[in-house]
Design a protein. Structure first.
Length: 208
């Protein structure tokens, strides 16, 4: 069976290591695409649910892993059909750079995470050295190609992604570079934590 592209397998090792470190049991993969990461996580014993707005990608996911649960949902939708406060970890790999309304991603994840749960986001890395390298090698046109249907519409740095998550009520826990050489990373992975129940009470954030 032919699979949809962009499974981003180079991200699997650090994400699996993070899930083990966080002692996750139940995971929701937001924007799961063809379900490749869901299958990898399930193969390591995690309980996984996938969310994907594309009917074509969802077809690949469901046929590739008929024993897993997938929902046709995007971050602009209401996640309550899955159930609230149920997941230890929410993962969104290479999703946020495609979103017109990026604040909807942490909002969606926050509703699904238990108090104290973690959100893991990956997105293409942009930093001073990488940006300079792209400029010196005249690679910006290829890097920012406008010809990719459904391509990247927002470009994130650690600073701007941290601001998005902080303003959404998350606490930044960890930053990891993935793929290629240090500071020329292909992607960055940011781990953030939803407040514990006691913190939500203090902050008046009972609705998550």
């Amino acid at each position: 069976m032919m699979e949809a592209q962009h499974t981003e397998a180079y991200l699997w090792r650090p994400i699996l290591a993070l899930c083990a470190e966080l002692r996750a049991r139940r995971i929701v993969d937001i924007g799961c695409g063809n379900g490749a990461l869901c299958r990898e996580l399930a193969g390591h014993g995690y309980g996984v649910v996938g969310c994907e707005p594309s009917a074509e990608s969802l077809h690949f996911a469901q046929h590739g892993a008929p024993g897993l649960v997938f929902h046709r949902l995007g971050v602009d939708d209401d996640p309550s059909v899955i159930g609230n406060d149920n997941f230890d970890v929410a993962i969104a790999t290479e999703v946020i750079e495609h979103l017109v309304r990026p604040f909807n991603l942490p909002r969606f994840a926050k509703q699904l995470l238990r108090p104290g749960g973690h959100l893991i986001i990956s997105t293409p890395y942009h930093g001073y050295l990488k940006n300079l390298f792209l400029a010196l090698t005249n690679s910006w046109d290829a890097h920012l190609s406008p010809f990719w249907d459904g391509g990247h519409i927002k470009f994130w740095s650690y600073k701007t992604l941290s601001q998005l998550l902080n303003e959404s009520g998350f606490r930044i826990v960890r930053f990891i570079g993935a793929g290629r050489l240090p500071f020329l990373w292909k992607s960055m992975i940011v781990v953030a934590q939803k407040p514990e129940a006691s913190e939500q009470l203090i902050n008046g954030d009972l609705l998550g």
